[in-house]
Design a protein around this ligand. Structure first.
Ligand code: ZN
Ligand code: ZN
Length: 366
């Protein structure tokens, strides 16, 4: 019996189909992964609800986050069949600034549609380079991954913790390496979705104090379970005084993290950050722009504004080491509020649209 692949498609908003496709084929440098968990990124809110696509996905090509088991390698591979791995998203060229410096694969030239062209960049590029009719994407039984973006998961670490190493805890952790969040710091987080929850797990792991600037009571309850003790409602007239009162000498927070992508939170987060503090942008909303005065918003407060997609290659080991921490595991358990077999993906997407959730996992083999 010849093997085949099964991939998830969203042909129109609010409806999905599991479609049979040819089993993937690979060239040197790549492996075939039997995906176990494909966490949902914005496939619910962006694609299921609005059929809004980015350059790297379309109705038949979905999912970039995932963990699984190596199903096939070519001779000379550094992996073997049966290895459990985290797949970090996208392709790898090994010879661009990002690859050479251990930065996030998102910035690798092979994932840049302006350089490679939309059909030959990122996950579509993985199918193109392997001359494969399926396998570039995570929401499928099998996917192709560049070996350079595979990380062997330690035996003692469960798949469901490894699956948090992409667009939730992984993104928060890597951004906080960039921000240098450390013990004793105070981190203000505004607009809390699953990326911001990843930041919060990372900040608590680093023994920082977290303040949630938020209105969603369901998610506030999740944060309390993680161990966050301080919450401020951004609608309160004295929200800024409340935040400052929670910081050393009322200086303001050392770091602010925006998970919303909208100015409502971004303006407040910048206001609440102390002199020489960092302001991290980890959320984006189409069409939203922040109004910035270089003098008043950057030079006067001496703020560092920063942000990045994805997980830097150089942060992967520290990230996976942290998965042994029992508190990190417990917090990931809180963050992952829903788990569905891929055969019931519609229910999972509906829940994400309703925002009464943390991170949602799809079990692709079920
Ligand atoms: Zn993602
Ligand atoms: Zn590269």
């Amino acid at each position: 019996m010849s093997k085949s692949n099964v991939v998830l498609t969203i042909p129109k908003p609010g409806s999905f189909e599991l479609v049979e496709r040819p089993y993937p084929v690979i060239n040197a440098g790549y492996a075939i992964i039997k995906t176990e968990i494909a966490p949902i990124c914005l496939e619910g809110t962006r694609i299921w609800a609005e059929h809004d696509f980015e350059f790297h996905d379309d109705p038949n090509h979905l999912g970039h986050e995932g963990v699984g088991t190596v199903a096939e390698v070519l001779p000379g591979s550094n992996f073997k069949v049966g290895d459990r791995v985290i797949v970090f998203q996208g392709d790898y060229c090994g010879q661009c600034h990002s690859c050479r410096n251990g930065l996030s694969p998102t910035y690798c030239q092979s994932n840049n549609p302006d350089i490679r062209g939309v059909e030959r960049a990122a996950m579509k590029g993985i199918e193109f380079r392997n001359e494969s009719e399926s396998g570039g994407f995570a929401m499928a039984h099998y996917r192709i991954a560049p070996e350079a973006n595979m990380y062997r998961l330690p035996e003692a670490v469960d798949f469901r913790y490894g699956a948090a190493c992409n667009c939730s805890y992984g993104v928060g952790f890597s951004n906080q390496e960039l921000m240098n969040v450390k013990a004793g710091d105070t981190v203000l987080v505004g607009g809390v979705g699953f990326i911001a929850m990843g930041h919060i797990i990372s900040a608590l792991y680093r023994n920082a104090t977290v303040i949630g600037l938020m209105r969603n009571k369901y998610r506030e309850d999740l944060l309390r379970k993680m161990g966050v003790e301080h919450f401020v409602n951004p609608e309160d007239e004295d929200w800024l005084e409340q935040v400052r009162a929670l910081t050393y000498e009322g200086q303001g927070v050392d770091h602010a993290v925006d998970g919303s992508g909208v100015t409502y939170y971004q303006d407040k987060l910048m206001q609440a950050t102390r002199l020489y503090g960092t302001v991290n942008f980890s959320g984006h909303t189409p069409g939203s722009k922040v109004d910035l005065s270089p003098l008043h918003d950057v030079i006067d407060p001496a703020h560092t504004l920063l942000g990045q997609h994805d997980v830097r290659i150089r942060d992967r080991e520290g990230l996976v080491r942290s998965l042994f921490d029992k508190e990190v595991q417990r917090m990931i358990d809180v963050m992952v509020t829903h788990e569905f077999p891929m055969s019931r993906a519609g229910e999972a997407f509906d829940i994400q649209v309703g925002k009464q959730c943390g991170k949602i996992y799809l079990y692709t083999q079920q």
